[in-house]
Design a protein around this ligand. Structure first.
Ligand code: C5P
Length: 312
């Protein structure tokens, strides 16, 4: 982009899926306590920031971007304002977002944009904020932003923002199937509350067996471990997702699940060749499917010169 000068700084942040997503009863703020295991995937939103005369935001990338706000309500401006509030530093910015993470798809695309913005602006303005300080600011922007900063594999507790790093043993290959429908996260959580009316819910911690299984030490029996409590609520909101879940299973994935609040669906595969096979079968049936792999990285600078694309 010509108007983004050579002083521009570029950062990117990954999409996430939840390998385990257990949801408790909402607290007085309306947020739900979670026991979740996040996995970052090798799918990235890239954010470029540069000094400008006045604030300006450009958005481009894959898929239908019409749902992404272009005004000051975009989470990237909330990220800039939060940095300004903490540091007292604010200059006009040109921000350009290049999206490959599905919009409102349950893969933390907005959180990735916020995380990449925090990292890029910290560098552009030479703020010198530590990863811990960025995490603290990220937490104020959204429950998934701390994980978008951290990446890799992590246990999330509290609102999903109290993170414990986990170490992946084997890469997780998977297929991600996007949908034309966008879904509001608060709607899915409130639908879950409605479905559970009158039912006492006890939020369980992740067991040692679960935590060992999600690292990829063994894929046997993974179908009994992976869980998404939001899935029935997502299906209630968008019943057609049942067809996508069935199609991913029929295409041969080990497990098919809704990603986060959805409507994106993902399937776990044995290895790269298997993920390509499953994705090809899905595409031949007309689905928007993409094979991908876990990454150990979170939000990071890609300029000056790029870190290689890293899957793990
Ligand atoms: O924090 P974030 O803005 O991503 O959350 C979006 C919405 O998702 C919240 O307003 C809330 O309705 C719901 N949510 C929740 N419990 C969580 C995380 C999100 O109820 N732990």
């Amino acid at each position: 982009m010509t108007s983004l000068s050579k002083a521009a700084v570029v950062a990117r942040a990954p999409a996430k899926i939840n390998l385990i997503l257990r949801v408790g009863q909402p607290d007085q703020t309306g947020y739900h306590p979670l026991t979740t295991v996040f996995q970052a995937l090798d799918m990235w939103d890239e954010v470029t920031v540069a000094q400008a005369e006045t604030d300006r935001l450009d958005i481009d990338g894959d898929g239908d971007l019409s749902g992404v706000p272009t005004d000051s309500t975009n989470i990237v401006w909330r990220a800039v304002d939060a940095l300004a509030e903490v540091t007292g530093h604010r200059e006009p910015l040109h921000i350009a977002i290049n999206k490959t993470i599905p919009v409102a798809g349950g893969m933390a695309g907005g959180s990735a944009d916020a995380a990449a913005t925090l990292v890029a602006v910290n560098e552009l303005w030479q703020l010198g904020l530590s990863p811990e300080e960025l995490e603290g600011i990220g937490r104020r922007l959204g429950a998934d932003v701390p994980f978008s900063l951290l990446g890799g594999l992590a246990l999330g507790e509290g609102r999903g923002d109290e993170l414990t790093v986990l170490t992946r043993v084997n890469p997780l290959h998977c297929v991600v199937v996007t949908s034309d429908v966008t879904l509001s996260t608060p709607l899915v959580y409130s639908t879950l509350d409605d479905l559970r009316e009158g039912v006492a819910v006890h939020l369980r911690d992740a067991s040692g067996r679960e935590l060992a299984a999600v690292t990829g030490a063994a894929m046997d029996g993974i179908g009994d471990i992976l869980v998404n409590d939001l899935q029935p609520a997502t299906l209630q909101c968008v019943p057609s997702i049942r067809g996508t879940l069935d199609a991913v299973a029929e295409a041969g994935a080990l497990v098919s699940m809704v990603s986060g609040s959805g409507p994106t669906v993902w399937g776990a595969c044995l290895d790269e060749a298997h993920s390509i096979e499953v994705a090809n079968r899905m595409r031949s049936r007309g689905f928007a499917a993409k094979e991908t792999v876990s990454t150990a990285l979170g939000a990071h600078l890609t300029s000056p010169p790029s870190s290689p694309k890293e899957g793990r």
